[in-house]
Design a binder for this molecule. Structure first.
Ligand code: FES
Length: 285
């Protein structure tokens, strides 16, 4: 569980998105698009789920990408190549169902862009007979501004069409991912939409897709503790049924998600998350 390399891939006004390559040979052998790992940075730390963005079974490594937001991600972000994670378990969660859907739109917002990359790559290849093309992939990336945009080159090579939207218009088109999604759906027929990002974005993507009767898969960012289906922390309501994101998901049909409940549950610890901790207790000088 040694960190092999670290790269700050976005850094804007103190907000950083970091890419780590971690030595995890067993996980790298089994990882599939859509899987995640649970990381414990240190012995007393919380457990956080992070999507496996890439896996290299020859090198025995996996790639993780995260945005520094709270205490745990800041401690993780302070580690460097050569440091070790306390614990790592995975691959967890159901892998994305990879098959030939036809025309697929992937919508990634913020650090959710990292989570659509492995799915875009897998859908593009899609396990078809040799010589045939895989799914036709349209990727829509959304970011607050140019400085926070990640993985543009990687998504460009994994997709047939790429659209970039920034809130402030500093790069690509000004506006939201859902603006271009609506435009695309109004002009052409698509077979699947896959979306990862902030809850309001995934909710809106699902609503727009429903207007055009296109199935939408979303990867939910529910709070997790054990990530093995035992604590119930990650429960979500899907078509009125209780599901656990860690073992039943993290992907679900967006049209069945109780978004209001998910939003409320994800804010359960917002006061504690704002608590100012002395980072120097955890981070080496
Ligand atoms: Fe505990 Fe899913 S994280 S049941």
């Amino acid at each position: 569980m040694k960190i092999l390399s670290k790269e700050v891939i976005a850094n804007y006004a103190g907000a950083r998105i970091i890419k780590l390559s971690v030595f995890a040979p067993e996980i790298s052998l089994k990882a599939r698009a859509g899987n995640f790992v649970v990381v414990m940075v240190n012995e007393k730390g919380e457990r956080i789920p992070l999507t496996i963005v890439d896996a290299d079974s020859k090198a025995g490594s996996i790639t993780l990408i995260f945005q520094e937001a709270g205490l745990t991600t800041r401690i993780l972000g302070a580690l460097d190549a050569g440091d070790k994670l306390y614990a790592l378990s995975g691959p967890l969660g159901h892998a994305t169902e990879i098959k030939n859907y036809g025309k697929v739109i992937l919508v990634g917002g913020g650090v959710g862009i990292a989570e659509i990359l492995p799915v875009a790559r897998a859908l593009k290849e899609a396990g078809l007979p040799a010589g045939q093309a895989g799914n036709h992939i349209t990727a829509i990336l959304g970011s607050r501004n140019k400085g926070m945009l990640i993985l543009e080159a990687e998504l460009k090579s994994a997709s047939d069409q790429l659209y970039i939207m920034t809130d402030d218009g500093s790069y690509g088109l000004r506006g939201f991912t859902t603006d271009i999604l609506k435009e695309l759906l109004s002009k052409d027929k698509y077979d699947l939409i896959y979306s990862v990002g902030p809850i309001p974005m995934m909710k809106k993507v699902t609503e727009i897709a429903a207007e055009y009767k296109v199935k939408t898969l979303v990867s939910l960012n529910a709070l997790m503790v054990d990530a093995t289906g035992m604590c119930g922390c990650c429960r979500v309501s899907i078509f009125g049924e209780v599901k656990f994101s860690c073992v039943d998901g993290p992907e679900f049909d967006g049209s069945g998600v109780d978004w209001a409940e998910l939003e409320k549950r994800n804010k359960a610890y917002s006061i504690q998350e704002k608590h100012i901790c002395n980072l120097s207790r955890y981070i080496k000088p």
